[in-house]
Design a protein around this ligand. Structure first.
Ligand code: ATP
Ligand code: MG
Ligand code: FE
Length: 333
C-alpha cells in the first residue's frame, strides 16, 4: 500500500511516499529555517505564504524520487492538527484538491501521532512500548498497547522541552532553532550552574523552572558585571533538561514493563539525550528506538504517511473531520 504523506503544520513543507507504513520511497522537506532565523522564531503569516509557494514543487519531487505517479497512490494523508492554522490549511487544501482530482481517499492525521510513528519507519517496535514526543510544542509520555492504543501517562505542565531549548538559546544570543545551537555550544562547556531538577508528581514534567534558573543566572552576572560562559550555560541547561526528561521516561518504562522505548520529535535528535538513554542501566532490558534517520526527528511527511497506515490497520474509527477547517469530507476505500 502506497501512502502519500503531507505535512505543513509549522515551517516545513514536506511530502513523502511510504510503502506499507515502513519503507520510505521519498521524503522531500522544504524547510524555512533560514527565513525565520532572522526573526528568532517562526512568523506564521510568512510560513503559510512559503508553504503555498513550495508545496507543488515538493509534491513533484516526492513523486520523481519515488519513481511513482500520483495515480499509483492508494491514500493521501495530511496533518490536520495541531499547528499554525494558516500553515495547516495550505496542506489540507492541497490534499483535498489532489483527492478530488484523482479520486484518492484522504486521511487526516494528528501531528503528534505522526511524530510517534516516525519511530516505526524502517524498524519494528515491540509492544507494550513507552512512547515519548519531545518536540518544539509538546513533551508527552504515552503507553502504547499491543493494538496501538495510546494512553497518556504524563506531559509538561508548562514549556515543552524544545521550547525551553529555543528560549534559552535566544537568551544567550544563539540562533533559531535553539536545540542544535545549544547542542553545538555545549561542547567544551562545564556544568557550573548545577540546575536543580524540578519535582513534579507522577509522569508529568516541567521545564519553565530550568529556563528561569538560566534567566536568573544571566541577570545576576549582568548585575555584578561578571562575564558568563555561553558554553557552560548550554552544558548546564542540557544536562538538567535531559536528566529531567530521562527520570520520567525511566519511571514510565519500568512501571509499565515496556519492551520498547520509542522517542520522537525534534529533541530526539539530541546526542546527549540519546547517549543518556542508551547508557542507562535502568533501561538495560528495554529496546530503545529513535527515528532511524535524523530527518525523521523534526517535521516530515513520512511520519504522517506512517501514522495513516497504522490508523487504517488499528483504529476502528478513524477521525472523519479535518477540524482545522471543520469540513466533513472523508473518503475511505
Ligand atoms: P510540535 O511537533 O510539538 O508541534 P514542532 O513541530 O515545532 O512542535 P519539531 O519540529 O518536532 O517541533 O522539533 C523542533 C524542536 O526540536 C525545536 O524546539 C528544536 O530546537 C528542537 N531540536 C531540534 N534539534 C535538536 C537537537 N539536536 N537537540 C535538542 N533539540 C533539538
Ligand atoms: Mg520545525
Ligand atoms: Fe512537530
Amino acid at each position: 500500500m502506497l501512502i502519500l504523506g503531507i505535512e505543513s503544520s509549522c515551517d516545513e513543507t514536506s511530502i513523502a511516499i511510504v510503502e506499507d507504513g515502513k519503507n520510505v520511497l521519498s521524503n522531500v522537506i522544504a524547510t524555512q529555517i533560514e527565513i525565520h532565523k532572522k526573526y528568532g522564531g517562526v512568523v506564521p503569516e510568512i510560513a503559510s505564504r512559503h508553504h503555498i509557494e513550495d508545496i507543488s514543487y515538493v509534491l513533484q519531487e516526492a513523486l520523481e524520487k519515488a519513481n511513482k505517479k500520483i495515480t499509483d497512490i492508494d491514500y493521501i494523508a495530511v496533518t490536520n492538527k495541531p499547528g499554525l492554522i494558516g500553515s495547516l490549511l495550505v496542506g489540507i487544501m492541497f490534499a483535498k484538491g489532489l483527492s478530488f482530482r484523482y479520486n484518492i481517499p484522504l486521511i487526516p492525521v494528528n501531528h503528534l501521532e505522526g511524530h510517534i510513528y516516525s519511530t516505526f519507519l524502517h524498524q519494528d517496535v515491540k509492544m507494550p512500548a513507552t512512547v515519548v514526543v519531545a518536540s518544539g510544542g509538546h513533551t508527552s509520555i504515552y503507553n502504547m498497547s499491543e493494538n496501538h492504543e495510546l494512553n497518556l501517562l504524563g506531559e509538561t505542565q508548562d514549556d515543552a522541552i524544545g521550547e525551553a531549548y529555543d528560549k534559552v538559546a535566544r537568551m544567550v544570543g544563539l540562533s533559531y532553532p535553539g536545540g542544535p545551537s545549544i547542542e553545538k555550544n555545549s561542547v567544551g562547556g562545564e556544568n557550573t550552574l548545577n540546575i536543580p531538577i524540578p519535582n513534579v508528581s507522577g509522569y508529568d514534567l516541567s521545564f519553565s523552572g530550568i529556563k528561569t534558573f538560566v534567566t536568573n543566572y544571566i541577570n545576576k552576572c549582568n548585575m555584578k558585571n561578571e562575564e558568563y560562559r555561553i558554553n557552560d550555560i548550554c552544558k548546564s541547561f542540557e544536562i538538567a533538561a535531559v536528566e529531567n526528561l530521562k527520570r520520567k521516561i525511566v519511571k514510565a518504562c519500568l512501571d509499565t514493563n515496556s519492551k520498547t522505548l520509542a522517542i520522537a520529535g525534534g529533541v530526539s535528535a539530541n546526542k546527549h539525550l540519546r547517549n543518556e538513554l542508551y547508557t542507562s542501566l535502568e533501561l538495560k532490558d528495554v529496546e530503545i528506538k529513535f527515528p532511524i534517520k535524523m530527518e525523521y526527528c523534526t517535521d516530515n511527511g513520512a511520519m504522517i504517511a506512517a501514522a495513516a497506515y497504522y490508523n487504517l490497520e488499528y483504529k476502528s474509527d478513524i477521525e472523519k473531520t479535518f477540524d482545522a477547517t471543520s469540513t466533513k469530507e472523508f473518503h475511505r476505500k
